[in-house]
Every structure is written in structure tokens, then in C-alpha cells.
Design a protein around this ligand. Sequence first.
Ligand code: FAD
Length: 318
Amino acid sequence: MSMDVFAELSALFPEAGDRLRENEKMSEYTTFRLGGPADCLFLPAGIEELRLALAFADKNKIQVTLLGRGSNVVVSDQGIRGLTVMISEQMSKIDRAGDTLIADAGASLAALAGAAANYSLCGLEFASGIPGAVGGGVMMNAGAYDGCLADALIWTEYLDENNELKTLLADKHDFGYRSSFFTGSSKVIVRSAFSLSPGIYNDIIAKMADLAARRRASQPLEKPSAGSAFKRPVGYYAGKLISDCGLKGYSHGGAGISEKHAGFIINQGGASASDVLAVFCHVQRTVYNETGVLLEPEVRFAGDWSDDLSVLTGCHSI
Ligand SMILES: Cc1cc2nc3c(=O)[nH]c(=O)nc-3n(C[C@H](O)[C@H](O)[C@H](O)COP(=O)(O)OP(=O)(O)OC[C@H]3O[C@@H](n4cnc5c(N)ncnc54)[C@H](O)[C@@H]3O)c2cc1C
């Protein structure tokens, strides 16, 4: 008989309370607002709990799915087996040391950018509208407008495959467009430090407000999504290619291409994860057939998809 992961973890973390949940709907934890239940969801309050949970999973060969704030992910309708660990607001301290901010992996990028502004430090204004956390952001090298996290990062602390705490300096992060040293690995980011420059509070706030207004004007923020569905292909814009192929407004079930920004796949209400996957596939196939450009999904796919994902070229499952 398979192990009752929730019961075992409840015994291991008697103080966890509602940070440990059984059969929890992931639609509550993801910006797409869809997806089936996680068998066992754990929100660690610190690095020691995180390490213990990972050691438990490793010892008992339990599959671990790692998430931050769930803003770049589609969770399957079948949900997630094994243990789902979310490093989110329960691990979100932000400290200042001079012009450096040191943030736990679960701190939101908005809070990090807000803290920088409050200290009159500039360099992270671009991050204020990205709804992810520091860990997910560093893994993805999240960026917008004129910046990305790679520009400010100094070091990252992470747990390696042997659950040992390591420090990685900026130049070893192997940052690329929406990728890093951490992409595709099971390493877990726990803290990162960012180097900022002294600035003028009002200017920083004004820049953040300007970027927020530009976002509101161009992106369908009123609808659940996971942001840009596809990476920007070299020499093109994904949204323009999709729009030029006449796909604006295309829908399948409850999922569709935003009329406001064709680069966004949105949950129009009651979308299933398989509706979203169907839209991804239709867009990828249509754009490839009409332009020869293969769009690579930026959004990641979590949970139990059986063989379904093989229909979407270049997709990353976690
Ligand atoms: C409306 C909207 C707008 C967006 N705009 C932007 C934008 O402008 N620029 C941009 O770059 N992105 C954007 N995104 C996408 C998303 O916010 C970013 O990719 C963000 O960095 C994801 O962070 P997360 O914490 O939500 O990660 P999750 O979605 O929870 O996870 C994403 C990936 O990161 C991994 N991960 C999470 N935490 C850790 C950790 N601690 N250690 C190692 N790996 C980890 C997960 O395993 C997964 O593979 C947008 C999303 C939405 C919904």
C-alpha cells in the first residue's frame, strides 16, 4: 500500500497547522485559477522545515513538485501526486544591508520592489508588476520592460540535490532569457541578494506607477492567466505572430487567446487545464504552419498529465 504522505508529514510537523493540507485544490494557489488537487501541499515556514520535508520525500521516494507563487504554471486537471512544496509568503523575509536587499525565496517580487522603493533604492522597479516570488523569479530570470533579475542579483543560496545549502555567485547563474542555472534541476532556491543603487523615492515610485499603467493598458490583468504563454522567439514577438495568424479571440472550452494581448492565454471562466493545453497546441501548430516559427511555451506544466504533454513541443513539466 502506498504511504499516506499527509499523515506522515503531519507527524513530522505537528506545528504546521494549515500550512500542511491534504487534497488541496490548486486552483486556489495559482494565478490561472484552475487545476486539480495536490495530494499533499506543504508551505514551509523556513529553511529547516523545507530541508526536513525534502529529506523525508527523498528517503521515501516521494515525488516533489516545487512551486513559488504559482504565477507561471498550469496544474493538470488530475492534480499533483506526491508532495507539493510551495515556497511562498510563509518564507518571505526581506532584509537590507546598505544598498543590498536580501530576500527569502517566497518574498513576492512586488514586495521586493516595494521594499527597494521604501529605502529609496532603484534597480528593481521593473519587477513590481511581476506576480511571482523571488525563487521562481530567479529560476526564470523574470524580467519586464528594461530589466531582469540577472541585472541586480549578487548571490543565491539554494539546497542542492543532496539537500545541502550552497551559495552561488551571480556570474555562475548561467542566466539566459527566462532561464538560469536552476532551470530543469531539482535545486531549491532559498534566498537571493540584490545589489541596488541609491535613488530618489519619488522617481522610483513614478517609474513603478508608469510601468503598472503600461501593463494595465496592454495586458488582460482582469482575467486569470500565467502571463505570457510563450517565450519571445528571436527576431519576433509571440503576441504579434499569434495576432497576425488571426488567433486573437480564439477559444477552446473556457480558455482562450486574449483580445487585449494575443501573447496571453486566459481563463475566461471555468477553464480546465486541458482547455488551456488545447489552446497552447492550436496556437503552436497554427503559428508554425503559417510562419515557420516554433513558439516555445514559457509557462510550465505541473502535475499528472499522463502522456498529454507530448502534443506540445518544447513544454517544460515540473
Ligand atoms: C499577469 C501576469 C504577468 C506576468 N508578467 C511577467 C513579466 O512581466 N515577466 C516575467 O518574467 N514573468 C511574468 N509573469 C510570469 C511569472 O510571474 C514569472 O515567471 C515568475 O517569475 C514566476 O514566479 P512564481 O514564484 O510564481 O513561480 P511558479 O509559477 O510557482 O513556478 C515557476 C517555476 O519556478 C520553479 N520555482 C519556484 N520556486 C522555486 C524555488 N524556490 N527554487 C527553484 N525553483 C523554483 C517552479 O518549480 C517552476 O518550474 C507574469 C505572470 C502573470 C500571471
